[in-house]
Design a protein around this ligand. Structure first.
Ligand code: AMP
Length: 379
């Protein structure tokens, strides 16, 4: 199977070549024909499987014919970072099509956003809250919408966006094609899918199973030794870009500060940052000038940096779904990746659940030269 099989418009084929895609990924192989057949689709696929192009390419193909200069496709994303990421991919794939895609999310000047809407994009990539503001003000109208994509629906639900999504859906009364993507399919998402999709095709790409080219390791450690252990690992290991996850914004901020203080090029990505500072952090991480990004789960949605060699769970994720989301940031497509998780005694239950979900015991590692018996520092 190659991209020629889909009979994409030559301008779209150029975009595919520019991004260097040779072969469709499994989700693309299955989703693209169904979407081109105008079917509603439920795509159960984790991040890193190529799902953006799986909906982005057929979306561009369908918009290639028909009116220009009016809003025809809407992609709803849970976070700004993911929205930015999707927008970049769509604009790159569609660079020769003349179709325009812009992002709409909060934390950015409203008037500026209204001005960019004056350029009459055909595609919007939006976060729910700000999109609703525009819908209520009348600065965005969905009358001509042909395709609606709801991306990372499970995360959207976790973040409490379901009421917003329902309000947005109330603004689209007419028939349109709807595509819903989610890494997992909890009951509430199934209910949403039943409500908004018509006779959907369900495409399942090993949902809830992490990608095969990732190695998982556990590092048992006491809470107070985590920072030192992290430094030891960073010194002893050859890494590309490293994404470190902490449980809270505050811990992310503090750890990034400690690492920078030790001479690492590190920064944090967490909800306390202004939109500008988030963007600077992400751009630096993408272009390699920042090697270590310390992030929280929510802030890290949509990070797409192919050179991430290691995901380090400084704090054990709350759920196995979060684990899968986090480690989905490494080992993308054909790259290899390592997922390292620091575990303390209190994580025992979570580790058991994780091993059950992955259906395999995870390897426990100890750093050879690390002093595991350092006492808790006295403050
Ligand atoms: P996604 O799951 O959409 O976040 O995509 C993960 C990564 O895979 C992104 O860096 C994409 O640019 C890349 N990608 C998507 N489709 C392909 C493909 N067919 N061949 C190679 N890389 C791809």
């Amino acid at each position: 199977m190659n991209f020629e099989n889909f009979n994409f418009h030559p301008s779209i084929m150029e975009g595919i070549k520019m991004l260097g895609y040779i072969q469709p990924t499994p989700i693309q192989e299955k989703a693209i024909p169904a979407i081109l057949n105008k079917r509603d689709v439920i795509g159960l696929a984790q991040t890193g499987t190529g799902k953006t192009a799986a909906f982005g390419l057929p979306l561009l193909q369908q918009l290639q014919s028909g009116p220009r200069g009016q809003l025809r496709a809407l992609i709803i994303s849970p976070t700004r970072e993911l929205a930015e990421q999707i927008n970049i991919v769509i604009n790159r794939l569609g660079t020769k099509t003349g179709l325009k895609s812009i992002t709409i999310f909060g934390g950015v000047n409203m008037e500026q956003q209204i001005r960019s809407l004056h350029h009459r994009p055909e595609i919007l990539v939006a976060c729910p809250g700000r999109l609703l503001d525009h819908l209520w003000r009348g600065t965005i109208k969905l009358d001509g919408l042909e395709i609606l994509v709801i991306d990372e629906a499970d995360r959207m639900f976790d973040m409490g966006f379901l009421p917003d999504i329902n309000h947005i859906l109330d603004c689209i009364m007419h028939k349109r094609q709807t595509l819903l993507f989610s890494a997992t399919m909890p009951e509430n998402i199934r209910l949403l899918a039943n409500k908004v999709l018509h006779n959907p095709v369900t495409i399942r790409i090993n949902p809830e199973k992490p990608i095969a080219n990732i190695s998982h390791f556990l590092y048992p450690v006491q809470q107070h030794l985590k920072t030192n252990l992290l430094k030891e690992i960073l010194t002893a290991t050859q890494t590309g870009s490293v994404l470190v996850f902490t449980r809270t914004k505050h811990r992310a901020e503090r750890l990034a500060r400690q690492l920078s203080g030790e001479g690492y090029t590190a920064t944090s990505l967490q909800g306390n940052l202004s939109q500008n500072r988030r963007q600077t952090a992400l751009t630096g991480f993408r272009n390699g000038s920042i090697k270590i990004l310390v992030a929280t789960d929510i802030a890290a949605r949509g990070i797409d940096v192919l050179s991430i060699s290691h995901v380090i769970n400084f704090d054990m994720p709350e759920s196995t779904e979060d684990y899968i989301h986090r480690i989905g940031r490494t080992g993308r497509i054909n790259n290899l990746g390592d997922a390292l998780t620091f575990v303390t005694r209190s994580d025992t239950d979570k580790v058991r659940l994780l091993e059950r979900k992955l259906n395999t015991p995870l390897k426990r590692l100890r750093m050879k030269d690390f002093n595991y018996s350092q006492p808790i520092p006295v403050r």
